[in-house]
Design a protein around this ligand. Structure first.
Ligand code: SF4
Ligand code: SF4
Length: 104
């Protein structure tokens, strides 16, 4: 389970590095996000949610019942729109109100 960073899209803001609870992300010598030990990622998706440039995608591999799709998120106020790109093409979006997270 891991993430993939689009270095072209990365703006070097460091938000992902601050968000990762495992301190797995850093900014490299070019000021771009990097994950030197991707095998340590446990898929909490905090970095995916915090990246303002949508430069991080979560890889949905077989280890978590996926088939190689990729997931990223768009924020709209408290709404999170999770876009899942399927490996053969096609897009599915799941919308969640993050304001509901602390209701229960
Ligand atoms: S998914 Fe979670 S554990 Fe993995 S790199 Fe991102 S913030 Fe860290
Ligand atoms: S949050 Fe996104 S734009 Fe900012 S450093 Fe991380 S990958 Fe780059």
């Amino acid at each position: 389970m891991s993430i993939e960073i689009n270095r072209e899209a990365c703006a070097g803001c460091g938000a992902c590095s601050e968000a990762c609870p495992g301190s797995l992300l850093l900014l490299d010598e070019k000021g771009k996000a990097a994950i030197p030990k991707p095998e340590r990622c446990w898929g909490c998706v905090s970095c995916v949610k915090e990246c303002p440039a949508r430069a991080i995608e979560f890889f949905l591999g077989a280890d978590m019942g996926g088939r190689g799709g990729r997931m990223s998120v768009r924020r709209e106020a408290s709404m999170l729109h999770w876009d899942i790109r399927k490996p053969g093409g096609g897009l599915k979006t799941i919308t969640v109100d993050s304001g509901d997270a602390n209701k229960y």
